[in-house]
Design a protein around this ligand. Structure first.
Ligand SMILES: Cc1cc2nc3c(=O)[nH]c(=O)nc-3n(C[C@H](O)[C@H](O)[C@H](O)COP(=O)(O)OP(=O)(O)OC[C@H]3O[C@@H](n4cnc5c(N)ncnc54)[C@H](O)[C@@H]3O)c2cc1C
Length: 448
């Protein structure tokens, strides 16, 4: 909620303020000595950066080349190489993914290190990027030359364990950032639409405008519901994790812990993809509601539009979120959770909405079966986004109906109805596309 509020005011500032959860990673995986040295500095206001990306290692972090060498004589690791596109590259504390195992080429040769500004003479900010948006957040290219560093956790687990955990936290952060941007876009649009008059009335009274504004609100509410559901899953499994550090968990607690961890894994990429895509759509529509004024720098929607654009790219592009989410389609995780929502008590007036969602779920199940039956990996990759989107539309519709059921002030009813209508069309569209698509037709799309 904090992340969302800060981002609503300024998405760039949200990055400095702690979007990436670097301190949490230190707290979770570093030894006591490192924690004692670095965490108080974070509390004092020093900033952190997450140094993963390199010129030849973006989405594919297994390709990281920055070299970590252990010097037996002084018992210290040294870092050498280049990182690019690093948010807060000027940070006092840097978490760096580096190749510690010579001769390796994959993720198992990477470890995680902490370096700091006591060695600034060995870390150069070679470039500060000139960007489209989030201009309040410096994005830097860094050169490490014999930079002393400390190993975080265990060797070879850098990417496999620590960065995966860090990235999940950061993806949740971008989820919150995206919801904040969506809210800002909506706030600007509705205020302008109420104020601006054309043809003798406020433009909000035109169906074309109020439909656009209501759809923005529905997408905003849907992704906020998904954000809070995802953070709830993360909170519960992290609570079990903390409890496990103090005592042995009972078998029931252990099973619950694993279940919430699985749900957090399944929902995080779905949240990141939907919230960031909807933040962009809302930013686009916010400018549209403003007409020509929206194209001018005088209105906040111009900045919001530029700021939104990064959300579908960093911390893993939308395409990479689909890569992470698709196994929860094929293993049935999303379907299991959809069935769970389906069985929840709801306000009887939403029964007809639930019936429609049950038909949508059948379409989803049939589409998954149809794609899986081909046993063709390339075809699955081709249809993956549609399948993940179908699951997401159904899940967000249920979350809104459950919110509307709990809600005494009638805050969610409209969005529940509007989102479900939109979701229904999207699910049917994807189902028809998959049903009528021959596997061989993928070849038509291949670009030479
Ligand atoms: C403003 C900004 C701030 C950033 N901050 C940080 C930071 O703090 N720390 C950090 O380490 N990095 C940071 N990054 C880097 C960011 O995480 C990467 O840019 C991003 O992960 C994409 O990598 P790339 O740019 O190399 O694109 P590429 O990996 O080259 O991707 C290009 C295109 O190919 C697609 N693609 C690639 N692989 C696949 C695949 N397997 N399946 C389907 N599609 C695929 C992508 O979706 C994308 O559309 C930042 C970037 C920016 C722009």
């Amino acid at each position: 909620m904090g992340g969302e509020m800060v981002s609503r005011a300024d998405a760039g500032f949200a990055n400095i303020w702690g979007l990436q959860d670097c301190a949490e990673t230190i707290a979770e995986f570093a030894d006591e000595e490192i924690k004692a040295e670095f965490l108080p500095r974070v509390c004092e206001g020093q900033t952190c950066s997450m140094d993963l990306t390199e010129p030849d290692a973006g989405s594919d972090l297994q390709a990281v080349q920055l070299k970590a060498t252990y010097n037996e004589k002084d018992g210290i690791w040294y870092l050498n190489g280049v990182k690019r596109f690093i948010t807060n590259g000027d940070a006092q504390i840097k978490l760096v993914l580096a190749r510690s195992e010579e001769g390796t080429t994959d993720g198992r040769g990477l470890s995680y290190f902490i370096a700091d500004n006591k060695h600034d003479d060995t870390i150069k900010v070679r470039r500060i990027e000139n960007k489209l948006g989030i201009k309040g957040s410096p994005t830097c290219e860094l050169v490490f030359t014999n930079t002393p560093a400390k190993l975080v956790g265990v060797r070879r687990m850098g990417l496999i364990k620590y960065v995966m955990s860090l990235m999940n936290g950061a993806r949740l952060g971008v989820g919150a950032q995206s919801v904040g941007v969506s809210q800002a876009a909506y706030d600007q649009a509705i205020a302008y639409a109420r104020d601006r008059r054309q043809f003798g009335k406020a433009i909000i009274e035109f169906p074309a405008v109020y439909e656009m504004v209501s759809m923005m609100k529905a997408k905003l509410d849907a992704t906020r519901a998904l954000l809070y559901e995802t953070t709830r899953f993360v909170d519960v499994y992290k609570a079990y994790e903390s409890l496990e550090a103090t005592r042995k968990l009972t078998p029931e607690e252990k099973a619950d812990y694993k279940e919430y961890q699985r749900l957090a894994d399944a929902f995080t990429p779905m949240l990141k993809m939907f919230s960031s895509e909807y933040a962009n759509q809302n930013a686009y529509d916010s400018i549209q509601v403003h007409g020509g004024s929206g194209f001018m720098k005088d209105y906040a929607c111009e900045r919001i539009y530029r700021d939104a654009r990064i959300l579908t790219i960093y911390e893993g592009t939308s395409q990479l979120q689909v890569v992470a989410a698709i196994r929860h389609v094929t293993t049935g995780s999303y379907l299991k959770q959809i069935r769970h929502y389906e069985a929840q008590p709801i306000n009887p007036e939403f029964d007809s909405l639930r019936k429609r969602l049950m038909s949508m779920t059948t379409l989803y199940e049939n589409s998954v079966t149809r794609v899986a039956e081909t046993k063709n990996q390339e075809y699955l990759d081709f249809q993956a986004r549609r399948l993940v989107e179908m699951a997401g539309h159904i899940i967000m519709s249920y979350l809104l109906i459950l919110d509307a059921t709990r809600d005494k002030e009638d805050l969610f009813r409209k969005s529940a109805e509007i989102y479900l209508k939109f979701a229904e069309v999207e699910v049917r569209k994807h189902a028809t596309y998959i049903k009528t698509f021959e596997v061989e037709s993928v070849d038509v799309y291949k670009v030479q």
